[in-house]
Design a protein around this ligand. Structure first.
Ligand code: SF4
Ligand code: SF4
Length: 357
């Protein structure tokens, strides 16, 4: 089934004029302004572990969100991305990102995300400019974009030419579970896209072209152990589709945006939050990704992470825009935390690179 048809019933919160499309409503639910849930504040948990205020370490990863536009409308998207979203990063803001990178060699990795970052018309220019600065580049590719339009069919070769590390969501190695979360037909297109990436050399043994997959739970539960799941994925994808990849990242869903909507609609919000609170792990808390990562929004504002970006919780410093990028100020800041942070610190922890503890 063509993707357009398959996803026609899935709508962004933005398009539905849903109250959760307003990030301040999400923040007030998480902060329990109506005193419904009585969860231990995340800040208190950090204090008890001697980690409050949460401070940054050396900045290493520069995560840039190129926009909210996407060819998919996945049910649990924390960005509320979709084809109706028009917010994308301008070339001028990209140039400001490049200026910041040039001045800060400690930012060794640039992690490009979206939406579908490839839909930004300046995507390829930006990748090539970052490459000239000698940085490692990660692209969070949703796979189906490669097949969505003829103009994207050569993306695997483009990634290869620029030695891009590709990180792609594949919620499960079967069609039903993947399509339920990401839209009908997504699994088949994802499989074809993975084969195209393998064909140019991605994910192969002894190849430096990295292809990593991301698992996230389909419901209100935490991910199973990453290592065992990776073995399962590798076996199933190799046997059935002759697909190889490097690592599987098992990610916990954070209670934000469309996943928060799902939790509230299904009556699972409180239960899920209690699960996360009870699984708080100080070792995971001391390794959360916001300690060495900085996130840049499509409009150039700076955030401690992509999740804070979606809640519009900007970095807690005066110069919070890429045009005034200042690492000395950023290194002195305290990271802004709220109840959604429990998603990063439960069990083995969770980050854009999988478990952390
Ligand atoms: S989860 Fe990724 S692929 Fe799905 S709608 Fe969101 S940004 Fe697009
Ligand atoms: S949600 Fe963001 S700020 Fe909170 S712990 Fe996770 S990475 Fe850090």
């Amino acid at each position: 089934m063509p993707m357009k048809e398959a996803t026609k019933n899935l709508k962004t919160l933005h398009r539905q004029h849903h109250q959760l499309a307003d990030s301040s409503v999400q923040v007030s639910i998480l902060g329990d302004e109506h005193h419904q849930y009585h969860l231990i504040p995340f800040q208190q948990k950090l204090e008890e572990s001697g980690l409050y205020p949460l401070s940054p370490k050396q900045l290493e990863i520069f995560q840039v969100n190129l926009g909210k536009m996407c060819n998919q409308v996945c049910r649990h998207c924390h960005v509320d991305a979709g084809p109706d979203r028009k917010e994308i990063m301008s070339r001028q803001t990209m140039q400001e990102c490049l200026n910041a990178l040039q001045k800060n060699p400690s930012l060794k990795t640039v992690d490009l995300t979206g939406g579908a970052p490839e839909m930004n018309p300046d995507f390829r220019w930006f990748v090539e400019e970052i490459k000239k600065l000698g940085r490692h580049i990660i692209v969070r590719c949703n796979l189906t974009i490669i097949l969505a339009n003829k103009k994207y069919h050569d993306l695997p070769q483009f990634y290869k030419d620029n030695k891009v590390e590709v990180v792609s969501s594949l919620p499960f190695y079967t069609a039903d579970r993947t399509d339920r979360q990401r839209g009908d037909g997504v699994f088949d297109d994802s499989i074809r896209a993975l084969q195209m990436l393998n064909e140019v050399g991605y994910g192969k043994e002894n190849s430096d072209l990295l292809l990593n997959l991301v698992y996230n739970p389909a419901g209100a539960f935490m991910p199973p152990p990453q290592e065992a799941l990776e073995k399962e994925y590798k076996k199933a994808l190799k046997e059935k589709y002759n697909i190889v990849f490097n690592n599987l990242f098992a990610i916990t869903n954070l209670p934000i945006s469309r996943y928060l909507d799902y939790l509230l609609q299904s009556g699972n919000y409180e239960k899920y939050m209690i699960k996360l609170v009870n699984a708080f792990n100080p070792a995971a808390a001391s390794n959360v990704m916001c300690r060495n990562t900085l996130s840049v929004g499509w409009n150039g504002f700076l955030y401690d992470c992509d999740f804070n970006q979606m809640l519009d919780l900007k970095v807690d410093i005066k110069n919070n825009h890429i045009s005034h990028f200042n690492t000395a100020d950023l290194n002195k800041r305290s990271i802004v935390v709220n109840q959604h942070c429990y998603g990063c610190t439960a069990g083995s922890g969770s980050s854009c690179g999988g478990t952390v503890a």
